[in-house]
Design a protein. Structure first.
Ligand code: HEC
Length: 148
């Protein structure tokens, strides 16, 4: 008897949950344009291919020809321990932001003595991979206004 009552209650709760989910996703579609705010990005807004964390992690440790240093030599382990206080942390930053910044260094739109050379030889896939890797790390982002 008790078991039966519980089963009925659970079924009712499950049905209610389904109705709520259905109602919510309906509202989501009506309220937002393409994909909705919570949809996983299908492709980068920076027009990059999909990033791969593993290859990005490997590349982050490879010494660049221009500076003789790797990404993590300057930005620190997981992009979170820069060797200089004025260098930005990268861990947990939006992948699109990182990708866009690297594209801008590569094109010369954003210019910095160290970073421009560092980004010059990178392919779109490498930029996407590096961005995916650093974005996947823990975020310790902080404001650099006071250090400049
Ligand atoms: C020799 C040191 C050095 C190396 C090596 C280096 N960086 Fe940087 N990076 C910097 C400095 C300094 C800045 C800040 C430049 C500026 O103010 O524009 C920076 C900025 C950045 C930014 C912009 C961050 C932001 O918050 O706007 C990204 C992204 C970045 N680096 C990624 C990388 C990646 C990926 C690599 C490896 C391919 C790399 N860096 C290698 C020193 C370095």
């Amino acid at each position: 008897m008790t078991n039966k009552t519980n089963t009925v209650k659970i079924s009712a709760a499950a049905l209610l949950a389904v109705i709520i989910v259905a109602a919510c996703s309906g509202g989501e579609e009506a309220g937002h344009t393409a994909g909705g705010a919570n949809a996983a990005p299908v492709s980068s807004s920076a027009g990059l291919p999909s990033g791969r964390i593993g290859p990005g992690e490997e590349l982050a440790a490879v010494k660049g020809e221009a500076t003789g240093q790797s990404c993590i030599d300057c930005h620190g382990s997981e992009g979170n321990a820069p060797i200089d206080d004025t260098y930005p942390k990268l861990g947990g930053q939006y992948a699109d932001y990182l990708g866009h910044a690297l594209q801008q260094y590569r094109s010369g739109e954003r210019d910095h003595a160290l970073m421009s050379n560092q980004a010059k030889g990178l392919t779109d896939q490498q930029i996407a991979d590096l961005s995916a890797y650093f974005a996947s790390r823990e975020s310790q982002l902080r404001d650099l206004h006071k250090v400049h």
